[in-house]
Design a protein around this ligand. Structure first.
Ligand SMILES: Nc1ncnc2c1ncn2[C@@H]1O[C@H](COP(=O)(O)OP(=O)(O)O)[C@@H](O)[C@H]1O
Ligand SMILES: [Mg+2]
Length: 222
C-alpha cells in the first residue's frame, strides 16, 4: 500500500507518524520504502542513526519524485511505500496525493491545525475530481493530552461539524516519539507492549483495514 502523510502545517507530526508507521511495518516483516520529500531530510538522518532491517529511507528532491516513484513502484522491491510530505503545498504534493491509497493528515486538537487540515482535504477532493480515483483520507489527532480535555472535545466537535473522517486512534504526547530523533529508535521499539507501541499498532491496523475495504469496494464496483 502507498500511504502519504500530509498537512500544509509544519510541526503537526507528519514525519514522526510516517517514521513510526514505516518502521512498524518493517518490524512486522514487510519490505518498506520511506520517501522523504522534506528538504530538511529529517527522516533520512533519523534512519542513518539506527538502520532497521526491511526499511529503506531515501530523501529525494521534489522535482525528482515522478521518475523515482515510477522506478521504485515498478521494481516490485517493496511491499509498502510511505511518503513524508513537506509542509508546503506544491505540485509534488498533488502528485503524491494522486498516487496514495490513503492520506494520513496529522493535526493537533487546535483551531489553526484543523483549519490547515481542511486545506489538505480540499486539495484531496480536487485530485479526486481530476483523477476520478477515490483517495481515502483520515485525520489523525497527534500530541494529544492523555486525558480528554476541553480542547480535545472542541476538536471532536469541530471535526464532526465539518464531516471530517478521523482515525479512532490518536497519538498521545509521549517522550518515545521525541526520543526517536535523538537515538534513531522506532518509537514502537522504545515502548513495545504499551504506550507508543500499542497505539502505533492500533493505528496501523486501522490503516490496513481502510486500504483493504477500499480495494474491496473498488473491485466490486469495477
Ligand atoms: N505524539 C508525539 N508526542 C511527542 N512529541 C511529538 C509527537 N509527535 C510529534 N512530536 C514532536 O513534535 C515535533 C514536530 O514533529 P514532526 O513529526 O517533525 O512534524 P512535521 O513533520 O509535521 O513538521 C518534533 O519535535 C517531534 O518530536
Ligand atoms: Mg516533517
Amino acid at each position: 500500500m502507498i500511504i502519504s502523510f500530509a498537512s500544509s502545517k509544519g510541526g503537526v507530526g507528519k514525519s514522526t507518524t510516517c517514521a513510526a508507521i514505516a518502521s512498524e511495518l518493517a518490524l512486522q516483516g514487510s519490505r518498506v520504502l520511506l520517501i522523504d520529500l522534506d528538504q530538511n531530510k529529517t527522516l533520512e538522518r533519523w534512519a542513518r542513526k539506527a538502520p532497521l532491517d526491511g526499511l529503506t529511507v531515501v530523501a529525494i528532491e521534489s522535482k525528482a519524485f515522478g521518475e523515482f516513484y515510477r522506478k521504485q513502484a515498478m521494481s516490485g522491491e517493496f511491499d509498502h511505500i510511505c511518503i513524508d510530505l513537506p509542509g508546503t503545498r506544491e505540485t509534488t504534493m498533488f502528485k503524491v496525493l494522486a498516487r496514495s491509497d490513503l492520506v494520513v493528515i496529522p493535526a493537533q486538537a487546535s483551531e489553526p491545525d484543523l483549519r490547515e487540515a481542511l486545506v489538505v482535504v480540499s486539495d484531496i477532493r480536487d485530485v479526486r475530481e481530476e483523477t476520478g480515483r477515490p483517495i481515502p483520507y483520515r485525520l489523525l489527532l497527534t500530541k494529544v493530552f492523555p486525558l480528554r480535555s476541553r480542547v480535545t472535545d472542541f476538536a471532536y466537535e469541530e471535526l464532526e461539524r465539518h464531516g471530517l473522517p478521523l482515525f479512532r486512534t490518536a497519538l498521545v504526547e509521549r517522550s518515545a516519539y521525541k526520543e526517536m530523533f535523538l537515538n534513531g529508535q522506532p518509537p514502537t521499539l522504545t515502548e513495545r507492549e504499551k504506550g507508543a507501541g500499542a497505539e502505533v499498532r492500533a493505528l496501523l491496523a486501522e490503516i490496513t483495514a481502510i486500504v483493504a475495504t477500499d480495494a474491496d469496494e473498488l473491485r466490486k464496483a469495477g
